[in-house]
Every structure is written in structure tokens, then in C-alpha cells.
Design a protein around this ligand. Sequence first.
Ligand SMILES: C[S@@+](CC[C@H](N)C(=O)[O-])C[C@H]1O[C@@H](n2cnc3c(N)ncnc32)[C@H](O)[C@@H]1O
Length: 268
Amino acid sequence: MRDLNIQTTATSPTHQILQIFALKINTMSTQGLAFTSKFHVQNETWTAVDSYTQSHVHPPSTPNHKALLDALRNSRDKGLPDIATAPTVAKMYALQCKASKVQHALEFGTLGAYTSIWLATVNPTLRVTSLEINEHHAAVARENLRNAGVADRVSVRLGAALDLLPVLAAEIERGEKPKLGFVYIDADKENNWNYLDRVIALCEPGAVIYVDNIVRGGSILDATNPEPRAQGARRVVEMAGKDERVDSVVMQFVGEKGYDGMLMAVVR
Ligand SMILES: C[S@@+](CC[C@H](N)C(=O)[O-])C[C@H]1O[C@@H](n2cnc3c(N)ncnc32)[C@H](O)[C@@H]1O
């Protein structure tokens, strides 16, 4: 608890239930791969709940189960960092696209295309554009997308997202691509606000934009934290709250990847 400054007593229900460990612990995840928390906060109960619920709502018999597991394994084998979006969260994004009948989704930060594979496999007609600055990540992502059978609908673009965005904007402007119905911001956190600010104009009304890693184990509360990613989380929340183009909310969550949360902004 020392890292988070959360007030519980040794005998409080919160303490008994949560048992937050400041040390990294490895427990088996929902997909049989061990995850470690980015924020050094993991909890056996959170992981067990994810594991139990996912075994029912996303059992191994689900068509995309193997492709997702293969993508995680291949990414790990090829040396990508263990920072893919949690399975429950990625599935929630895929279901969000399904519920909103999204035609075109944009992701900032592809890594090994784990979320892109979720989006494209759950939504058979969805087109995904994903922006990635790291050449090796992009190469592994393309390989994973081919293996998952969705490479024809997911376009991984190599470069800095701020440079790639105007190219996509011109394509949308010319009518070569539909406006965006879903956006997932999960790249360099320092640019969270720059991405949100610039992408709104590319979205259709009602589009949903998520910004990941906002709560960061509670460290969003620390205004004095000089860490640029922590400041990036605070800035996007503060700026989105003032922005008349969107309605926003921050949702906290816990799970096998620890304690975090996302900003959701809906375009007016
Ligand atoms: C947290 S990972 C993305 C995880 C991925 N969204 C998923 O669900 O598995 C962040 C990725 O953003 C990429 N990235 C960092 N800075 C970037 C930038 N300026 N433009 C594009 N991608 C960037 C990193 O190379 C990394 O692959």
C-alpha cells in the first residue's frame, strides 16, 4: 500500500479483500500467460476473478481464442515488451465497436497488434488503422495479423503518430476512408492530449475514444510526480473535462494487469 497512499487498516474489509502487493507477483492470467503489472500493483483475487470470468465468457472454444494466444506468444518470443492491453479490456473495446456498429477504428500504439486482432476478429467488416513508431513492433504486428487472418482489414502504419495523423486526416477528407467511430489511444502517454485533441475532428458524432493507463495505480493523484507519462494522464483528463467537443468519464478498473483505468470520451 505504501506506493499508493490508500488508507486502509490491517483489519478493514478493503484490506482483507484487496491485499494489494507492492511487489510484482506472477500469477497465471486468463490466457495461461503470466502478466506483470506495469505499476507494480497486482493482486491474486483480481487475477483469479479475471481467470474465472474469462473462462466462461471467452472459453478456448471461442473462434479467436487461439489467434490471440498465438499473438501474445509470438510477441513475447520476438522480444516485445509485456505491455499489451489486458484481455478483458481489449474485448470490451471490441464489443464497444460491435455495439456501435463501427466501420473504421483507429489505434495509437500497435505493439504486437493484440487489441487490433480483438477488434477485427469480433467485428468481421471493421477496418482498423493502427499507428506504430517502432519498426520491429510493426513487423511482429503484421506477422500476428496475418496469422490471425485479419491482415487485409488492419493497416499498420509505421511512424510517429503525430506525423501519421495528418495523412489519415487527408484520406478521410478525400472520402477514401470513413470517419472514425472508435479510437484507442495507447502510445506515448506524454502525447495523450495531443492525440485526443487532433483526432476529434476525424470522428463521426457519437464516436467513442478511449485513452488507456490513466489511473496508473493511483499515481494520477500526484500532481508533483515529474514522470512525463503521469503528467500526460493528468493533462488529458483536465483538458478533456474542459473540451466542449466531447463528454468524458474516467473509469477505474482492477484485474490481472493490476490497478488502472481509462478515460472515455464520446464525441458530441
Ligand atoms: C502500450 S503499447 C500498445 C499496446 C497495444 N495497443 C495493445 O493493445 O497491445 C505502446 C506502443 O506505442 C508505440 N509508440 C510509442 N510512441 C509512439 C509514437 N509517438 N507514435 C506511434 N507509436 C508509438 C510503442 O512503440 C508501443 O508499441
